[in-house]
Design a protein around this ligand. Structure first.
Ligand SMILES: CC(C)(COP(=O)(O)OP(=O)(O)OC[C@H]1O[C@@H](n2cnc3c(N)ncnc32)[C@H](O)[C@@H]1OP(=O)(O)O)[C@@H](O)C(=O)NCCC(=O)NCCS
Length: 178
């Protein structure tokens, strides 16, 4: 059997948000994280090895949400070495069955409210122009933390992506008010 089997679809269950457990990822979560990313719209699929590294070395700055044995959501993020006051959010995915209930916001809050994140004053991410859900999610975060949002192109379609991928716009959110 291939290790790249799709994870079973999350069951639709009413009012299950309270049963969702949010925690730091561990290496054993890597396969499920990879599978959720692979089936998420808008997200680039990277290697399983990449997600294993994220669930190992970047666990303190990342988060997963589980519902029983199913993975309901994930945020992968890291602190850029040159910007120790900034959390760079790389990918956010919520299983379609769990979307629209505040899970992505809860996961982002979970990272930012950790004791180890006290020095984080800014959140950065990149979004494409057409990803309205992602933009709404980060604008909502900016409102929760009473923060400004500055937008600029970080990776350009022509210059950085060989015209093969839409430009990625950097959103810099902060300073955060906790
Ligand atoms: C983007 C995504 C992670 C949001 O997850 P979610 O758990 O449904 O988001 P939340 O319920 O926490 O909503 C956060 C905010 O975004 C808004 N939002 C979420 N999805 C939206 C949509 N499709 N259209 C408009 N606004 C949306 C919510 O209304 C909420 O705003 P509010 O706090 O002002 O009410 C999810 O849609 C997803 O996995 N999409 C595919 C992958 C992706 O695009 N990831 C982001 C780029 S890395």
């Amino acid at each position: 059997m291939s290790m790249f089997q799709e994870a079973p679809a999350l069951q639709e269950r009413p009012n299950t948000h309270h049963q969702i457990l949010i925690r730091q990822p561990a290496p054993d979560d890597g396969i499920a994280v990879h599978n959720l990313i692979r089936k998420s719209a808008f997200l680039d699929d990277n290697s399983l090895y990449c997600y294993l590294v994220l669930c190992t070395h970047f666990s303190e700055t990342s988060v997963i949400a589980t519902l029983g044995d199913d993975l309901a959501g994930v945020v992968t993020a890291y602190i850029p070495p040159q910007q120790p006051d900034t959390l760079f959010v790389w990918q956010v995915a919520v299983d379609t069955a769990a979307q629209g209930r505040g899970l992505a916001s809860s996961m982002l809050n979970h990272i930012l409210e950790r004791d180890t994140m006290r020095r984080i004053n800014y959140v950065e991410t990149t979004v494409t122009a057409d990803n309205h859900a992602s933009r709404a999610m980060f604008m909502s975060l900016a409102r929760r933390y009473k923060a400004q949002v500055a937008e600029s192109v970080m990776f350009d379609r022509d210059k950085h992506f060989l015209n093969l991928h839409d430009s990625e716009h950097k959103l810099r959110i902060g300073p955060l008010t906790r």
